[in-house]
Design a protein around this ligand. Structure first.
Ligand SMILES: Cc1cc2nc3c(=O)[nH]c(=O)nc-3n(C[C@H](O)[C@H](O)[C@H](O)COP(=O)(O)OP(=O)(O)OC[C@H]3O[C@@H](n4cnc5c(N)ncnc54)[C@H](O)[C@@H]3O)c2cc1C
Length: 481
């Protein structure tokens, strides 16, 4: 149902004429994130510039019972920043300032719309960096990273976003502005920062974030090893970890992906290889040198076809260029792709790779693989043409099967991208009804009216009534509280 004119006038009064998008073509831009299976344009998009404006938007929407969908850069891969029930989307991109850099206390406070990489760019010359580095770091926002608890290639060593968030300012679904945590560690009380990171906008809108900054390591060494099979590459990964090393990154790419990257980015990966492993070590120089030799020896013992060690920053950047541009390179293979995110225990990687190949064959879809091999976090890209209903249907079936395969191997339906709309239906595969109920009640503390990003993160509750429903039934109504 379109929003009443009076409501839109009030919204305009909060964010100004230039801060409100209501035209059909304007709203279309916001109809999905990077998971294009799910589309839902908001009835209006509000672009606030201050936390006070965010609070006024929430108060207004609450008065009218209008759903609110937060949005950062829209690079999410879970159907999170998508208006499943319409309502008001709140784009936080205008709130993109660095509020404070506090090197003495090793932290910085930023607004949510700040692009991830801009923070590292701002402190690099001082010798510092912000560790969470999703491959989308050139475009994704820190607010979106917090909301999805984003990971990235270097999270194997440095941890994911939650390990780097010290404090949050949050406008909850009740319209309250609350400050959780802060620059000083060891605060008394509940760890509400930990609870709110990864809430995917279901608790409220993050309006400021205080993050940890890390000092750049003395030395970094990056190597590329190529293999004749995914299995041998996966064995090398396990052997490197078993040898007691904790590389900063351990990334793996398959043959399809190597071909797309070489055609698209000129990264010059070995084109006869069935698998490429990128290994990055960082830390004190002497330790890095010793570990690099050990890692190279392990790869050769496991039958590596070639091991290239970058000699300088330029060569290092070139090795990473292919990996960082992998998703874009897949545009050469098909008009549309779904970049999935699932986890299996590292030792199950070879088996999972075989199952992925079988799923691709069974459904006649092309799969390209790039993944964070160090922590068993897979990113199969299902390539298809969404203009062809048959291809879309096959891609959807392959998508569900690969998630089920990950669970069957003792893994998880999401590693770092979050749950969103896409995987809310899959959570009952992983959690008991009592666990889901507990999460649902926790959500109600922050958002009692269930207006914040409805249908995301948790399966739809029967009490939500009519409206947009997941395609599959989730839990019988009597299993809910
Ligand atoms: C090519 C590519 C590579 C990627 N690589 C990685 C990777 O390596 N690791 C990884 O983890 N992810 C990766 N992603 C996924 C995505 O970039 C991350 O999930 C990122 O954190 C999303 O940030 P965003 O600003 O685009 O958020 P959006 O997509 O706009 O939103 C994501 C979710 O967060 C909520 N949200 C956004 N801002 C706020 C806020 N201020 N307050 C409350 N809720 C908010 C939204 O409602 C939505 O549910 C990749 C995506 C692409 C396209």
């Amino acid at each position: 149902m379109p929003l009443p004119l009076k409501f839109l006038d009030e919204l305009r009064a909060i964010v100004g004429v230039g801060g409100l998008v209501t035209s059909d073509e304007g709203r279309l831009v916001y109809e999905c994130d990077m998971h294009t299976f799910y589309k839902g344009a908001p009835d209006a998009v509000a672009l606030p510039e201050t936390a006070a404006q965010v609070q006024s938007i929430v108060t207004l929407c609450r008065r009218h019972g209008t759903p609110i969908v937060p949005r950062g850069s829209g690079t999410g891969l879970i159907g999170g920043a998508m208006a499943a029930r319409g309502g008001v989307m709140v784009g936080l991109n205008r709130m993109n300032a660095i509020v404070e850099i506090d090197i003495a206390n090793r932290c910085a406070t930023v607004q949510p719309g700040l692009i991830n990489l801009w923070l590292t760019n701002a402190v690099r010359e001082l010798g510092w960096f912000f560790a969470p580095d999703p491959s989308s770091q050139m475009v994704s926002s820190i607010g979106g990273n917090v909301a999805t608890n984003a990971g990235g290639p270097h999270c194997l060593k440095y941890g994911i976003t939650t390990n780097h968030v010290l404090g949050l300012e949050l406008v909850t679904g009740t319209g309250d502005l609350v400050r959780l945590g802060g620059a000083v560690s060891d605060r008394p009380g509940y760890d509400l920062v930990g609870t709110a990171v990864g809430a995917e906008g279901t608790f409220g809108l993050v309006t400021a974030v205080t993050v940890r900054l890390l000092h750049a390591p003395e030395a970094v060494k990056t190597a590329l090893a190529s293999f004749s099979s995914m299995e041998t590459a996966a064995e090398a990964v396990s052997a490197i970890i078993a040898a007691g090393m904790l590389p900063a990154a351990l990334e793996m790419l398959d043959e399809v992906m190597i071909g797309a990257i070489n055609a698209g980015s000129g990264a010059g990966y070995p084109d006869k290889a069935a698998a490429v492993l990128l290994i990055e070590l960082d830390g004190p120089r002497a330790e890095v040198e010793a570990q690099a030799s050990r890692a190279e020896a392990i790869c050769r013992e496991r039958g590596a076809l070639e091991v290239r060690v970058a000699r300088d920053d330029a060569e290092r950047t070139l090795l990473w260029k292919g990996r960082k541009e992998a998703a874009g390179a897949v545009g050469r293979l098909a008009p549309t792709y779904l970049l999935q995110d699932a986890v299996v225990p590292r030792s199950k990687l070879p088996l999972m790779m075989r199952q992925l190949a079988e799923i691709a064959l069974r459904h006649g879809v092309l799969l390209a693989n790039v993944f964070h091999a160090g922590d068993g976090n897979l990113h199969p890209l299902i390539c298809y043409d969404d203009r062809d209903p048959d291809q879309l249907a096959r891609a959807k079936r392959a998508n569900e099967e690969l998630l089920e395969a990950a669970i069957a191997l003792g893994g998880s339906v999401t590693g770092e991208h979050g749950v969103g709309f896409d995987k809310a239906k899959n959570l009952p595969l992983q959690y008991a009804p009592s666990d889901l109920n507990f999460m649902y009640r926790l959500r109600g503390v922050f958002d009692p009216d269930r207006l914040m990003n409805p249908d995301k993160l948790l399966p739809s509750h029967p009490a939500c009534g009519e409206g947009f429903r997941p395609q599959r039934p989730v839990l019988p109504a009597d299993t809910w509280i």
